[in-house]
Structure formats: C-alpha cells, structure tokens
Design a protein around this ligand. Structure first.
Ligand SMILES: Cc1cc2nc3c(=O)[nH]c(=O)nc-3n(C[C@H](O)[C@H](O)[C@H](O)COP(=O)(O)OP(=O)(O)OC[C@H]3O[C@@H](n4cnc5c(N)ncnc54)[C@H](O)[C@@H]3O)c2cc1C
Length: 442
C-alpha cells in the first residue's frame, strides 16, 4: 500500500494533522514509537474508575480554541466540551475572585474600588494591542509602557498582570515572557464563552475519535519508531523503521523540534534553522494528582496561588464520570526551572511545599487522599519567551521539499497545547495546498 503522507509521532499534533488530511482524501500512515497514542495529551485509566490526564489538561479558549475549530470546520463534528467556571486566587489564607472576567472584576476583593476603576482603561488598551508589534517586548517592559500611559500602577494591579502572564505562558520567568503572546491569549479568551474548557470523558475521548477518523482513510502503527528520514537532492523519499523502508514523498515530523536532528542530520538544514531549532526551551514543572475519598470543593474553575505560582483544578467537578461516584480528582501544577525535573531532592521539596499549600487551602486535605501521584517533566514544547515567540520558532513547512512539522514547539500562534493544535491546521493546510494547489478553507 502506498501513502500520500507519513506522519512520525502520534501525539495530539500528529493525530490532528492526520485526521484533517484523511478527511481531505489523503492516505495517511501514522507511526508512533510507543504502544500508546496521544503523547502528552493522552489520559490513562488509573486505579479503579479514574481517568487521569497529564497534569491539568484544559482546552484554552473553549469554542474559540484551535482544536474546537478544527473539529467543527475540518472534521465536521462538534467537540463535546464543558466550560470551566471562574478562576479563583488563593491568597492570604482565603479564596478571591480573579478579575479576568467582567464578573470577576466586579466581585473581586483583590482590587479596591479605585483600582477597579483604574483597571478598565488598562484592559481596553490590552485588548487593542497589536500582537505582532509586541512579540519582542517583555512583560515587565509592557507593564512599564502601561505605567507611562496610565500613571503608576498599584502593586495589586501589577501583581495581577504578572500572574495572568504566568498563567497564559505557564512560566514564572516573567522577565523573559513575550507580552504579545500573553496579550494574544487574553484577547482570544475575552471572545470565548469561558477561558478554558475540558473535553467530556477526558482527553482520551478526543484521541480515540481522531484515531477512528485517520483509520477511515489510512493506517496507524504503534511501537514503530522511525529511525531516520531518507532525503535525496533535498527531497523526501521516505522513512526507515528498523530494517523496513517506507516510501513517501511527504513526511510530517510531529515530534518536538529538538528531536528533528535524531532523524535527519543537521547538515541537511541551513545554519539559521539549526540554531533556531536547537535552542527552544520547554515549559517544565512538577504536578501532583490526587484521588480524594469525598468531594472537598465544588469549584469548577482553575485555582491559582501567587507565591509560589501554582495552578490546580478539580477535573471531576467538570466531568464527574471520570471518577468513581462520590470521589474527586484534583491536580496541582507548579512550573519550575529546567534543573528541578531531573533532581529527585528538588522534586521532593516542590512536592512537600505543594502539600503545605493544599493543606492550607483545604484543611484536612491529607486525610481525604485515597491515592496520589507525583510527576515532573516537560509540559509545553516552547515557553513563549521573547527569544522564541511564534516568529522565532521553526515554521511548519521546512526547507526540504516534502518535509513538514507539527507540534507544540513550532512557529504558529498560541501558547501551550494550543500551539500543537494550531500547528496541525497550519501543517495540513500547507501540505494540502502544496499538493493540490487548492486552498484548504480554515
Ligand atoms: C502535565 C502536562 C499538563 C499540560 N496541560 C496542558 C493544558 O492544560 N492545556 C494544553 O493545551 N496543553 C497542556 N499540556 C501540553 C500538551 O499536552 C502538549 O502541548 C501537547 O500534548 C503536545 O503534543 P505534540 O503532539 O506536539 O507532542 P507529543 O505529545 O510529545 O507527541 C509526540 C509523539 O511523537 C512520538 N515520537 C517521538 N519520536 C518518534 C519517533 N522517532 N518515531 C515515532 N514516534 C515518535 C512520541 O512518542 C509522542 O507520542 C500539558 C502537558 C503536560 C505534560
């Protein structure tokens, strides 16, 4: 059997790209090295009756998200999502409404009346900002610019802007974060019915549906590690999986950009591409999942803390079917420096600290735990730093004829998993248009 396109990597980016192309008539072969599909977006069945995602796993921007639009426009299906409730900030021993929505702004007590009044014009400015002009501007520089225009901002307003940037970019390296990327997130979120949502049935439901769509017009092979990509005269010829050579003139590497050179020698690319690709820094952190013997909170939105910056969610308050009746699943995440995730002692320190925060937020928390898991690792492929914003990461179409990329470290709009989803659309569109000379409507 011959294939129009081979996709290397069965994470969400590979699966989404494959599904779009399959729906548009392409014969797809998707090769995944592990025994499971979905990559970092998969969920597993854990203990009895729990569906557990990787960390907190929400869809940014609800119906305005790339993945929702891909399902609707490219796959002709309505993605079943549940909108999250408002965000709360746990600070000084109490939960506070977070003024990221108009309702939150009206009811919050983290701003006094004067600050609420002052914040209105600032928000208007933020929503009017031209994203492309601010990709190279760091968040602190942007805050300074706001102060030049609106006068000195109060500490609660500045703290709030920093927390929102940390939340949007999943990083606390505020001095490096791109204000264009962070504001783009606020702008998109402001048009959505909710800032975030959760797929009914967990991410597993999305992964399973994408697999079905691809299989309608192609093949998926797990435990199939691609060892190298064959290129002749700057054109793609196929891929090698062990001793098998599979021919195709279009290959998508739906793997993190740092792994490209494991499959294709650097000498095939320009020095600029190599430099851009090698230096991409991912978001990393420590996350803890808890199975709780009873419901300890009804809150159905993200919960934030500021020092340290953490985010947490009761996913079962969004979809109670992902836990056994009467029980609850709760996940907390703290972004960290890169060195933490490979150091057991540092992970333990973060974990102990998270347990203290949890027992402060929910007295008696420890006594409600049935099981818990701690993990540490890469979260998003590229932190939206000023040095690696969307225009400074590799594009989905490469310099090599027939070679494309998809995944959360490539140069498309968005932050976090949204990059992976958007890259799938950009990648499928580029391939479709290169091959058919017709436009893929988006
Ligand atoms: C704890 C955690 C929390 C997160 N929270 C959120 C969230 O709330 N919202 C959000 O939008 N995103 C979130 N993300 C990020 C999101 O999961 C990722 O951005 C997304 O899953 C990346 O998908 P991908 O397909 O680009 O990469 P991956 O998931 O890494 O997929 C790449 C796939 O390629 C395979 N592969 C690699 N090399 C080869 C090879 N040589 N041959 C064959 N196969 C190969 C890998 O096995 C893998 O399956 C979170 C991630 C984590 C880990």
């Amino acid at each position: 059997m011959s294939f129009d396109t081979i996709i290397v990597g069965g994470g969400i980016a590979g699966l989404l790209t494959g599904a779009i192309l399959a729906k548009n008539g392409q014969k797809i072969l998707l090769l995944e090295k592990s025994s499971m599909l979905g990559g970092r977006s998969n969920s597993i069945e854990y203990k009895k009756g729990y569906i557990v995602d990787f960390g907190i796993h929400l869809i940014r921007y609800s119906t305005k998200s790339s993945i929702y639009k891909i399902f609707k426009k490219q796959l002709g299906e309505k993605l079943d999502i549940i909108n999250c409730g408002d965000i709360k900030l746990f600070q000084d021993g109490a939960f506070h409404d977070f003024p990221l929505s108009m309702r939150g702004l009206a009811s919050t007590d983290i701003f006094n009346d004067e600050e609420k009044k002052a914040f209105g014009p600032i928000l208007v400015d933020i929503l009017k900002l031209k994203v492309n002009d601010y990709l190279d501007v760091s968040v602190p520089d942007y805050i300074k610019e706001l102060e030049d225009k609106h006068g000195k901002l109060s500490q609660p307003i500045k703290d709030f802007l920093v927390v929102v940037a940390n939340l949007m970019c999943v990083s606390t390296k505020t001095e490096m974060l791109s204000s264009g990327e962070f504001v783009d997130g606020i702008k998109t979120g402001s048009k959505a019915p909710s800032g975030t949502s959760y797929p009914r049935g967990g991410w597993k439901a999305i992964i399973e549906r994408l697999i079905e769509i691809i299989k309608e017009n192609g093949e998926i092979r797990t435990k199939s590690k691609v060892d190298s990509v064959k290129i002749e005269n700057n054109e793609i010829r196929g891929v090698n999986v062990g001793s098998e050579f599979i021919e195709a003139n279009t290959v998508i590497l739906a793997i993190p950009s740092k792994s490209i050179f494991d499959l294709i020698p650097e000498s095939n690319f320009s020095p600029e591409f190599v430099k851009m690709t090698e230096n991409i820094i991912p978001t990393v952190g420590v996350f803890m999942d808890f199975g709780l013997k009873e419901k300890i909170s009804d809150h159905d939105g993200t919960i934030l803390t500021r020092k340290p910056f953490t985010m947490s969610v009761f996913a079962s308050n969004l979809d109670e079917k992902i836990v056994p009746e009467g029980e609850q699943i709760y996940t907390i995440f703290q972004p960290t420096e890169l060195d933490v995730i490979s150091d057991k002692e540092k992970i333990k320190q973060v974990k102990d600290n998270l347990m203290n925060i949890l027992n402060e937020m929910y007295p008696d928390f420890s006594n409600k735990i049935i099981w818990h898991r701690t993990s540490a690792g890469i979260v998003d492929g590229a932190v939206p730093f000023i040095t690696q914003h969307r225009n400074l990461r590799p594009k989905v179409k490469s310099e090599i004829e027939g070679l494309y990329f998809a995944g959360d470290s490539y140069g498309v709009p968005g932050t976090g998993g949204e990059i992976a989803h958007t890259s799938a659309l950009f990648c499928a569109k580029a391939i479709f248009e290169d091959r058919t000379k017709l436009e893929l409507l988006t």
